[in-house]
Write a protein that binds this ligand. Sequence first.
Ligand code: TRP
Length: 336
Amino acid sequence: MRREQKRERILTGDRVTGKLHLGHYVGSLKNRVMLQEEYDPYFILADVQALTTHFEQPELVRQHVREVALDYLAAGIDPDLSTIFIQSLVPEIAELTVYYSMFVTVNSLRHNPTVKSEAADRGYDDLYYGFLGYPVSQAADITFCKATLIPVGEDQIPHVEQTRRIVRRFNELYGTVFEEPKALVGEVPRLIGLDGKGKMSKSLGNAIQLDSSKSEVEAKLKKAVTDPARIHKHDPGHPEICPVFAYHEAFMPEESEEIREQCMQARIGCAECKQRIARRINDVLEPMRERRAYYEARPKQVEDILRSGTDQARRIAGETMQEVREAMRIDYFTGE
Ligand code: TRP
């Protein structure tokens, strides 16, 4: 019943290569939790996409399907309002990917800025076919369920653009089946890492994971880099270059102006500033810890959620594929 009442379908998700952290929370998860009331959201556990870079570690991918599902549920994604599903178990996505790949050129993929920078980060020279093509597969993730709104971080915009081009071309070639989806980019920019060197990322070791304990959060913040020019408490600080201040802005916007002034006037020390934000982050994480503990104690329930989400995704996928096959004239045995 709930689904009929909702208008627009959302699809977004994550590569299941690592547990989610605070950067994911402020950049995307928090938004997803809010959106689930108003929309019909689908969340994809992108295990196939994870394999494009981690095909040598299938066990890691397998483990993170469950970990990321727990992160979603802990963050407040409600399985009664949202559909969480496993990419590989919706084979229609793979099927659509093959059809789309007929009319997507290799150059358009090579020039995709996100593919380019990921390839550079990983030191790829000769690109794997699956890796180069993952934006095509992502277009299939988005279109198999006819999602029109894609809440993502900025780095995903080229993929949504690529999806829009694929949709346009498909409709042009075979008749209108799909609507062009739109990216919905969160207001919060990428959260900086504890080392202040770049975005928060598990692989850079500068992240606070959502399943961190209270004392882990405190310990990590204690060690966080602050303004290097501020050695003594009476040195005025430069909040704009301080990662701890960035966390204040992200998690305590209502107090961040006051903190900024206190820091610049050397009226608050880094230790106290860190304790304050650690308390706030722990307040945010506490309900997640409770929900995580609930679901961790009920693996069967988590499995049921993923199973029924995946069944729901497959139902929709089946409907879409019928239209696609008809449009592409590959609907053979339709007679008596
Ligand atoms: N590429 C996304 C990431 O790296 C994950 C993803 C897979 C995705 N399929 C998607 C995001 C479809 C939005 C829509 O996090």
